[in-house]
Ligand binder design. Structure first.
Ligand code: ZN
Length: 639
């Protein structure tokens, strides 16, 4: 089966969406129905959280250099050509090549989003300004079209979509551009970005207007990213109702109906086509309070994270859900968990968390972030993965600078720009600490800064120091993760407290905080098994939230094989070498520490003992340019 065939079958491409704040900044927008629910908890603006040195900080800096290294004139080339404006820049390759039907998704979409996100999260004025100048250039292209249209391909693609002719995914690409513009407006406050976006929404209204519901339903069968989501976001940002009405036209009833009734009919669907639609449903609920859309998003989230996710938190195989829920052991391949799907599930998780403050959301977020995002970037040049292979013996197949521009390179760029966005949340009573990532939170409304120092996950502990202008009462809610082993503790200013909390709950310290108060949280990590739900003899080994992968060597991995070929129009990367087999293991009992031991002096490194062939295990995120295995056949040892 060729990749082209699979991708065609799965309806092509993939998706992402804006990283705009989940809720309108000033709470409920004036025009929203009175039924719009208020969130239980709220995120902090990106600019309030600064990363401190650690693996997430390092990865952000690599992404930043990657962003800085791209030439805006090359990024804009096909937008200008399409608008009939002069451009003599050298065209890009991969999915941004002049003959690729997805062109513009990265250059005018994800890139804009990432510049705005990096501008806010890193206070990077140069990248923020670069994004604004890109918007100016895109506005010029839009003016040349004269009807609100803006794209790096001609309007004729949309004619083909309407007429049922062959075309890749025009609204998918349009969504990325609209999301990039909205991010630029929301995060950089740049009004011209909103003007361009309003023009695109107007064009979209004109295009969809003549289509009856039946014709529109046919259009929705072609991947369209998060068109509903970005239009709901635009409606909330501008208090303009007709954007929400237009968003309704992109709500995919065929997908929503079974989910609203609690039925998993996801088998056969293209995963990353589906998740953004559900994020749109989540936004509809947030704006209108219609419980049906809450049910769609909530049921979907529980189903995918509970019954369709691997040990890594990832989902999908060959970009689809190809099996019944709970059947994963047959789904391991070189093409599992498309990275865009992890990006989008993390987005959806943030929504569900703000409705529920459910620590299971944060548990999932951590697992997917550490095992499905961190470690998908090459440290040398910031190129990212398309798939995370979970069949044994493969390697991380990275893209090529200027020759890939896959969907996942785009969402990856955003993911690596916004690590600060889900570490902390707030409510009226206090602060939630969801992730153990070295960082500093600035909270001027409370007259506070919170400094988190940690070497997690190299150490199972973190420290928070409160900096308060004056004594301040608040409930500090520390997540005690699902993986916490016995022996966890918390101390305040060096004194161990009696209190602790069960795994997968919050430990609440509700008191008046004084400047310099120091909280230390100790969370013992231990080895444990993550078995396949449908075959418990196929197991992954985890330590805390980390998936440990077995090192299988570099045999045959030439530089040529480690990087994907430049992708042709409408193709996805393919491996140029064969995987190698992984050994099977024999275990005594359920506790893997009986046969897997830490390697002395090596943080987070382990080695099997007493096996026919012993293997060294390291966290997924640390392994680069080497073959690995994630799942193993493990059977009880004889005797
Ligand atoms: Zn993708």
């Amino acid at each position: 089966m060729t990749r082209i065939t699979r991708r065609e079958f799965m309806s092509a491409a993939a998706a992402t969406a804006a990283a705009v704040p989940l809720w309108p900044r000033l709470g409920r927008a004036a025009t929203e129905p009175a039924g719009a629910p208020l969130p239980l908890v709220r995120p902090f603006d990106l600019g309030r959280v600064r990363l401190r040195p650690g693996p997430f900080f390092d990865a952000t800096q690599i992404a930043r250099r990657h962003l800085q290294g791209l030439d805006p004139d090359r990024l804009l080339h096909m937008f200008r050509v399409t608008a009939g404006l002069p451009s003599n820049a050298e065209p890009l390759g991969g999915w941004e090549a002049p003959d690729n039907e997805l062109r513009g998704h990265y250059t005018g979409g994800h890139y804009l989003s990432a510049c705005a996100i990096m501008g806010a999260s890193q206070d990077d004025a140069a990248l923020r300004t670069r994004g604004l100048r890109m918007v100016d250039a895109l506005a010029e292209c839009q003016r040349a079209h004269g009807n609100g249209y803006l794209s790096a391909f001609p309007e004729e693609f949309f004619d083909r979509l309407r007429d049922g002719k062959n075309v890749w995914a025009p609204f998918y690409t349009m969504h990325k551009i609209m999301a990039g513009l909205l991010d630029t407006y929301m995060l950089s406050g740049y009004a011209p970005a909103l003007d361009v976006l309003r023009g695109m929404a107007q064009w979209t209204r004109g295009w969809t207007g003549p289509l009856g519901d039946e014709a529109m339903a046919r259009v929705l069968e072609r991947e369209y990213g998060g068109m509903n989501e970005v239009l709901y976001n635009l409606s909330a940002a501008t208090n303009t109702h007709w954007y929400a009405s237009l968003a309704h036209r992109f709500d995919h009833e065929r997908i929503f109906a079974p989910l609203a009734e609690g039925r998993d009919e996801l088998k056969g669907l293209h995963v990353n086509t589906t998740i953004p639609k559900i994020i749109g449903a989540a936004r509809r609920y947030e704006l209108t309070g219609e419980p049906r859309y809450h049910d769609v998003a909530s049921y979907f989230w529980h189903e995918v994270t509970g019954r369709r996710a691997y040990c890594t938190g990832g989902t999908s195989n060959g970009e689809g859900w190809q099996a019944e829920p709970g059947v994963l052991s047959t789904q391991l391949s070189g093409y599992t968990q498309e990275c865009c799907t992890t990006y989008n599930m993390l987005k959806l998780t943030r929504h569900v968390f703000t409705w529920t403050a459910d620590p299971r959301c944060a548990d999932f977020y951590e697992r997917a972030l550490f095992n499905g995002i961190l470690g998908t970037q090459h440290p040398a040049d910031g190129m990212t993965l398309y798939y995370v292979p979970l069949a044994s013996g493969y390697w991380k197949l990275f893209g090529q600078p200027l020759q890939s521009f896959w969907c996942c390179n785009g969402t990856g760029l955003e993911s690596f720009s916004k690590f600060g966005d889900s570490i902390y949340f707030q409510d009226d009573a206090g602060l939630y600490v969801n992730l153990f990532i070295a960082s500093e939170l600035d909270w001027p409304e409370r007259g506070m800064r919170v400094v988190q120092d940690t070497r997690f996950p190299e150490e199972g502990r973190t420290q928070l120091v409160m900096r308060c202008a004056r004594p301040t009462r608040l409930a500090l809610r520390l997540r005690v993760p699902y993986w916490t082993a016995p022996g966890g503790s918390v101390s305040l200013n060096g004194r161990t407290l009696e209190a602790f909390a069960a795994p997968s709950s919050y430990l609440v310290l509700d008191r008046t905080w004084r400047d310099g108060d120091r909280v230390e949280l100790t969370l013992p990590m231990r080895l444990h098994i993550h078995p396949m739900p449908d075959d418990p003899t196929i197991q992954a080994v985890m330590y805390g939230p980390l998936v440990l992968v077995g090192r299988l060597g570099t045999e045959g991995l030439t530089p040529d094989i480690l990087r994907a070929e430049p992708t042709k129009p409408r193709t996805v990367p393919e491996y140029k070498g064969e995987p190698v087999p992984a050994p099977a293991f024999a275990s005594r009992g359920d506790d893997p520490s009986a046969w897997i031991h830490p390697v002395p002096g090596r943080a987070l490194e382990f080695r099997t003992a007493g096996q026919t062939r012993d293997v060294t295990l390291v966290p997924f995120y640390t392994l680069i340019d080497e073959r690995y295995a994630t799942y193993w056949k493990v059977t009880p040892a004889a005797g």
